[in-house]
Design a protein around this ligand. Structure first.
Ligand SMILES: [Zn+2]
Length: 148
């Protein structure tokens, strides 16, 4: 899913469950469960070479990633003291994507990067259909707003 969906989910879980020994594994699990739902994201088209790695990287860096920071800031930070749990949740929720970065963009295909990328790939279900691929993510965002 998009970073905004993962990041908000992680921030929600970590904000609601103060014990990091419980929240951190749950946040990590949430990433793989969300990726299992057929979705559209920035990486769509990479495997079929419809989109270049450079374009995907730039869209991720300048659109999706900053939007996830802005969303967590607006939903979990504004008007409160520093919400470390929300930011930890945001970071952990994006960790599987951060760890796949060297595999996808720097061609680093060795242990444990390759194995982590394979796990991520195994969990990942995507669709080229933007409407049906973005709808579950809109629902995730709405749920976060309802439950925050
Ligand atoms: Zn992912």
């Amino acid at each position: 899913m998009l970073s905004i969906s993962h990041g908000l989910t992680g921030a929600l879980i970590a904000s609601k469950i103060p014990n990091p020994y419980i929240s951190v594994p749950l946040v990590l699990l949430s990433h793989y469960i969300e990726d299992r739902v057929p979705h559209w994201d920035i990486g769509q088209g990479l495997s079929k070479k419809d989109k270049s790695k450079k374009i995907a990287f730039l869209q991720e860096l300048f659109v999706d990633f900053p939007l996830s920071i802005l969303a967590v800031f607006l939903v979990f930070q504004v008007g409160r003291p520093f919400n470390w749990a929300a930011w930890l949740g945001w970071f952990i929720a994006l960790l599987p994507d951060f760890l796949e970065f060297p595999y996808l963009f720097l061609n680093m295909k060795f242990f444990p990067i390759k194995q982590l990328a394979n796990l991520h790939k195994w969990a990942h279900r995507s669709t080229p259909d933007k409407l049906w691929g973005l709808l579950p993510q809109l629902l995730v965002i709405l749920l976060v707003l309802l439950l925050k």
